[in-house]
Design a binder for this molecule. Structure first.
Ligand SMILES: Nc1ncnc2c1ncn2[C@@H]1O[C@H](COP(=O)(O)OP(=O)(O)O)[C@@H](O)[C@H]1O
Ligand SMILES: [Mg+2]
Ligand SMILES: [Zn+2]
Length: 333
């Protein structure tokens, strides 16, 4: 797993977080040191002597004409160092402190809060990158509630179940293969509301974030608002539309629910086209019930772009929300 595929924003934020954590651990250790220097006689002198070991080793290395071999002289310094450490630990213990009282207390013992073990990213760094990417994705709580694991095909009526099982397996495969050579990067989910389109899109997002991709989720309505604000606002607004072009996977939810005009059509075409040219992935969900409905709602350029480069899946069944409610009701009788 590579760290560099996460967005710059995410990496920057996580780096700051790690730097801060490390700095805090070191500062707090320094405070505890100052405390024992004040309270426990002898420790300040020992720390002073310990701090000079490095310099002494360096000085020995520069000395010429000493009959004792350099290695032995350095070993003698190390021995002196160990004795000082052990005396220090004894004195601290005597005074009621643990021997490591003045050592920094890092949250992660594997990487001492640096995020790296050697050159490899530490588990805690990967976790932090994922957590930050979740926050940054726009998916919020959906990421904890909706996954492949809890996508339940038994909720669909008998005649729709086979189709939904097929869509689930194909979508899973899409998320697992994303980024590999010769694997399609674009899919479209269409069909009525409450059939699990957003749920499956979220499941894809989660999987790809865990795999280290930069994922952005947003509704078509929101995306258009963001572009409009940037384009037509009288005051300077910060540019936040870059992410729609830069992310590895963009999820456009509820396409067709946004108001349509020539600006939104041009914007949508621009997003889809730019992403296709840059070989970036897009998942579109739409409540439009068919490609024909799409043809009516959008101009031909957009529709042919989507038809030509997307695998589309038609969701079938009955509104899951109503379904689960019905089941709950009958269960409560
Ligand atoms: N197959 C499923 N298994 C479990 N929960 C589902 C399933 N399909 C939909 N849901 C749940 O039903 C609700 C509506 O689904 P959603 O994905 O928003 O539908 P759509 O986007 O197609 O309108 C959500 O809370 C979702 O988690
Ligand atoms: Mg939806
Ligand atoms: Zn770590």
């Amino acid at each position: 797993m590579s760290v560099i595929s996460y967005s710059i924003d995410v990496r920057k934020k996580v780096k700051e977080f790690f730097d801060e954590k490390q700095k805090k651990a070191i500062e707090e250790a320094q405070e505890r040191r100052n405390e024992v220097h004040l309270r426990v006689p002898g420790i300040a002198e020992i720390d002073d002597a310990l701090a000079k070991t490095g310099l002494k080793v360096y000085a020995e290395a520069l000395k010429k004409g000493n009959p004792v071999p350099l290695e032995d002289r350095i070993e003698a310094l190390h021995e002196e160092n160990r004795e000082l450490q052990s005396a220090r630990a004894d004195i601290l213990k005597e005074a009621g402190y643990s021997a490591d009282y003045t050592k920094p207390r890092y949250e992660c013992k594997k990487c001492n809060d640096t995020g790296y073990v050697g050159i490899d990213p530490c588990e805690c760094l990967i976790k932090a990158l994922r957590r930050e990417s979740y926050l940054n994705s726009g998916l919020g709580a959906m990421l904890t509630d909706q996954s492949f694991e809890n996508f339940d095909t038994s909720l669909y009526p008998e005649k729709s179940r086979k189709m939904m099982e097929f869509i689930l397996s194909q979508t899973k495969k899409y998320a697992e293969d994303f980024g590999k050579e010769d694997c399609g990067k674009n899919i479209m989910f269409y069909g009525g509301t409450g059939l699990g389109k957003t749920h499956l899109s979220t499941a894809v997002a989660k999987k790809l974030i865990d795999r280290g991709f930069y994922v952005v989720y947003d509704t078509a309505l929101n995306i258009m608002h963001t572009f409009e604000r940037e384009r037509f606002s009288k005051i300077d607004v910060p540019v936040t539309t870059d992410k729609y072009f830069e992310c590895d996977l963009l999820i456009i939810d509820d396409l067709g629910s946004e108001f349509a005009n020539s600006f939104t059509h041009a914007t949508l075409y621009n997003i889809l086209n730019t992403r296709l040219c840059a070989d970036k992935g897009t998942v579109i969900s739409t409540n439009l019930s068919s490609i024909d409905a799409m043809r009516k709602a959008y101009d031909e350029r957009i529709v042919s772009r989507v038809i030509g480069s997307y695998r589309s899946f038609g969701f079938v069944g009955e509104d899951i929300r109503l379904n689960t409610r019905k089941q709950n009701l009958s269960g409560n009788k």
